[in-house]
Write a protein that binds this ligand. Sequence first.
Ligand SMILES: Nc1ncnc2c1ncn2[C@@H]1O[C@H](COP(=O)(O)OP(=O)(O)OP(=O)(O)O)[C@@H](O)[C@H]1O
Length: 536
Amino acid sequence: MTLQYPQRIGNWWLEEKLGSGFSGAIFRAQNLHTGQVAAVKLQRADDECPTNRFERAFYPALQGGVGMPTLWGAGVEGSFDYLVIDLLGASLDSLFRKSGKNVMDLRSVCCIAMQVINRLEFMHSRGLLHRDIQLGNCVIGLGLNCTTIYMIDFGFSKFYIDPHTGRHIPDSKAPRDFIGNYWFTSIGVHCRGKVPSRRDDLEALALMLIHLLTPGGLPWTRNGVPKTDSAHDRLMREKKNARPEDLCRGLPSEFEEFLRYCRRLKFMDRPDYGRWVEEFRQLEISMGYPDSAEFVWPPPPDLQPPVHVLARPSQQPSGGMVAAVLNDLAKLNFDDRPVLGERKEVANGVRPPKDKGPGKNHSADAQKDKGFGTPDDAIVISSDEENVPAIRGSKALLLTRLTKAIPQATDNATLARIVCDYVRVLQSNSSRTLTKDGAAVLDALQKQLADPDVFVAPVRTRSRTSAEGAEDLPRQAKLDKLLGLRCTVGKAKDNAALAKMVAEFGSVIHRSNGRTITKDGFAFLEGLATRLRTIS
Ligand SMILES: Nc1ncnc2c1ncn2[C@@H]1O[C@H](COP(=O)(O)OP(=O)(O)OP(=O)(O)O)[C@@H](O)[C@H]1O
C-alpha cells in the first residue's frame, strides 16, 4: 500500500518529492511564515526502524561542521516523524550514473577522498560514527555550495564515545548483525561481525573510491543487490577474498595503501585523517591538476591535466611503461564507509545500496577513461645550473626517475647534480611536503653515499631511516635539527658522514607533522650538493 504523506507538517508546506529511502521520503518544502526553502524528511512515527528519531538525536552534534546539513526543525505530528534540513543537491551516485561514464575521473575521486575524509574527521571529532558510507549518502550542495560534498542520512550513526563516561565504546566478540550497506561496509563489520569503529567508516570510503575508479565497479557489486541468503553469502565471500592488490590493479598506489592502512587500524585507533587528505592532495597535484579539493561537476575540460603531464605509474607498470621510463632515463641529463547492530534484524540493518553500481563491463578504453594518461605523454626537462628551465611533468615521476638514477651515479659530481635537481623538483610545486616518492630519493641517496663499493670513501654505515611508526617530532625540535644539519653539512668529512646526515634529514622530515621541508631543509640539501662537489 502506498503511504499517504501529508501536504503540510509543522510550519512546512511540502512540495515535490526529492527521493525516497528505506522507510520514508524526502520532500522539498517551504516555510509557511518565512518562505524559507528546505528539505523535509518524513517517516511514519511507528516505523519499526525509527531512523528519523535516531537522526534527530545525532543532528545537534553535527551542527556547524562544513558539509553537515543544518537542522531547521524536527518533531512528531500526527503519525509522522519529521526532520527539516538544508535543501541539498544530487548524490554522488546520481551524478555518476547520469554521467554515463564507466569510471569517474581521478581528480574528482581525489576531491571526494579529501572532502569525505574531512567530513569523517569532523563527525568522529563529535564522537559520532556514520556507519553507512556510500555514494547515495554523499550529496553536493546547491548554488555557491555546489562544490562542497555534504554527508546525509545519519539513521545508522552511533556515538562511539559514551556521552556519560567520555570513553570509547568497548569492542565485543558477541555475534551481531552487520550494519551498513552491501557494497562498501568494511570486511570486518560486514563479513566478520565486528563492532564498527572509526576505521570502518574510512575503509568504506576506501572501497567507495576504488569502486568509482574501477570499470564495472567493485567485483561484488556486479550482480546487484543479493536477494537470497546464499547470494549474500557469496557476496561476502567475494568481498573477503578480494586482495587489495587485485582490487587496485592499475590505480595509483595511494588507493591500495589507503585500503591497507584502514584495515591495519585497531578498533580504538584514531585514523590519521590529515595524512590521507595530504596523500590525495599530493596525488592530485602530481597528476598536474590544480591544488584544490573543490568537487567541480561535471569536470570541466580546463581541469583536465595538461597533455604534457605524465601519468603516475600504477603499482605494476606495464612493460611499455617500464620501457618508456628506461628510455627516458637513458636520455636524462641530470644537470633536476544501533542503532541497528543493536537492532535485531539483518533486513533492517542492511540497506540496499542507493547506488546501483556501474554495471558495465570492462572496456578496452577503460584505462584511458581513468584519465591516467599514457607514458608517451611524458616530457621531462632537466637542466644545467646556469640555464634553468621550469620543471614540467609529474612531480612523482620526476622523483621516481631521480631515485632510479642515484644507484647509477658513480661520482660525487653526478650526485651533486642529482641533489640540485631534487631541490628544484621539490620547489617546482606549491607543496613542500616530503611525499613517499621524495623520501625514496633520500633513501637511495643515503644508500649510495654509504656504499664503499661505489666511492672511495670507505666507511659503510647502514643507518636506514625507520620513520614509519616513529613518534612525531615537536615543531621546534624539527627546526633545531634542520638548522643543525644545515650548519654542519659543509663540514662533513666524507660520504659516510653525508650519508648519515641524509638519513637524519629524512627521519626529521618524516617524523614531523605535515612533513614539510622548511627553508633550512632546502638549505641543507643545497649545502649537501656543494659539499659533494668539494669532496668529489
Ligand atoms: N537534504 C536533502 N536535500 C535534497 N535531497 C535529499 C536531501 N536528503 C536526502 N535527499 C535525497 O533523498 C534520498 C534519500 O535520503 P536519505 O538517505 O536521507 O533517506 P533514507 O530514508 O534514510 O534513505 P535510505 O533508507 O535509502 O538510506 C537521497 O539519496 C537524496 O537523493
